[in-house]
Design a protein around this ligand. Structure first.
Ligand code: 3PY
Ligand code: MG
Length: 259
C-alpha cells in the first residue's frame, strides 16, 4: 500500500479534500492540519510563502495525518527539486501548457532513470530510514500539472498522455481569464463546465485524478459530484477573513438591533 494518503484515497476511489496555505507560519499550518483535511498544500506561487516558511509549515503538519504538498512558483527544476527535498509528497505546478512542459515537470520531479532530479533529500529523507526515500519517491510523490489556460485545454489530451503525472489540477481564475471571463473560482458558466466535464472524462479514461481549486464547501461538493478527485477549499487566509467578516458583521447587526 502507498505511504501517501492522497494515493490511498484515490486507490479507494474517493476524493481528497485539500487545504491551501498562503500564510508563512508554522502555527497557521498546525492549526489547519488538525482540521480534518487529507492533504495540505503550501502555495509558493501566489501565497506569501518562501522556502523556509514552506519547510516550517511541513514541520508543523508532520504529526497530523495529512499529505504535505506544495504548489511551486513555476515549472523550473531548481525550485521543484528543492521543494521535494524539503518534504513535499505532492507537487502542483502552475501553467503547464503543452505535453513537453508536462514531460519536463515529470523529469524534474523524478530520480533517474525516470527523470533528472538531483539527489539530496535533506529533509524528505528523514521521513524514512536512510537510503530508502530515493527508492520510493518516484512512485509515491503525486505530480499534478495545472490546466489553467486555453492552450492547456487545447493540448489536454496530449498533456494527460504524459507518463508519470497523476492527474491535473484546474486553476479556475487563470482559466477563466484566458477565456475572457472572471476571474472567479466556482464557475457555473456552461462553457467552463464543458471543459471540466472533458477533464474528468479524459482523466477517467486514463485512470488519472482530476483536481480543482474551489472557494468553499458548495463548489467543492459540486466538483466532487462532477467526478473531481481532489478539491481545495479556499486558502487559510480566505477562510479566516470570511469567518472574521461574518462575525464582525453579525456583532454590528446585533448591537444596532438589526439581527
Ligand atoms: C487559479 O485559479 O488560477 C489558481 O491558480 C488557483 O490557485
Ligand atoms: Mg492560477
Amino acid at each position: 500500500m502507498s505511504v501517501n494518503k492522497v494515493k490511498q484515497i484515490w486507490s479507494a476511489g474517493d476524493a481528497v479534500v485539500n487545504a491551501w496555505l498562503s500564510i508563512p507560519s508554522g502555527f497557521a499550518a498546525e492549526v489547519v492540519a488538525q482540521c480534518g483535511f487529507d492533504s495540505v498544500t503550501v502555495d509558493m506561487q501566489h501565497g506569501v510563502q518562501d522556502y523556509i516558511s514552506m519547510v516550517e509549515c511541513f514541520q508543523a503538519m508532520q504529526s497530523h495525518p495529512v499529505t504535505p504538498m506544495v504548489r511551486v512558483p513555476w515549472n523550473e527544476p531548481g525550485i521543484i527539486g528543492k521543494a521535494l527535498d524539503g518534504g513535499a509528497y505532492g507537487l502542483i505546478c502552475p501553467m503547464v501548457n503543452t505535453a513537453q512542459e508536462a514531460r519536463n515537470l515529470v523529469s524534474y520531479a523524478k530520480y533517474p532513470p525516470a527523470g533528472t532530479r538531483s539527489n539530496g533529500p535533506i529533509r524528505a529523507g528523514m521521513y524514512r530510514t536512510a537510503g530508502t526515500y530515493q527508492k520510493m519517491a518516484n512512485e509515491e510523490i503525486v505530480i499534478l500539472p495545472m490546466v489553467e489556460t486555453k492552450t492547456s485545454v487545447e493540448n489536454m489530451e496530449a498533456i494527460l498522455d504524459v507518463q508519470g503525472i497523476d492527474g491535473v489540477y484546474i486553476g479556475p481564475t487563470d482559466l477563466g481569464l484566458s477565456y475572457g471571463l472572471g476571474p472567479k473560482v466556482d464557475y457555473t458558466e456552461p462553457e467552463i463546465l464543458l471543459i471540466y466535464e472533458k477533464v474528468v472524462k479524459e482523466c477517467n479514461n486514463r485512470k488519472l485524478n482530476p483536481g480543482i481549486h474551489c472557494s468553499g464547501a458548495e463548489g467543492a461538493a459540486r466538483a466532487i459530484n462532477m467526478g473531481f478527485k481532489l478539491v481545495t477549499l479556499s486558502d487559510e487566509a480566505g477562510l479566516m477573513s470570511t469567518y472574521a467578516k461574518l462575525q464582525v458583521n453579525q456583532t454590528r447587526k446585533m448591537i444596532s438591533g438589526k439581527a
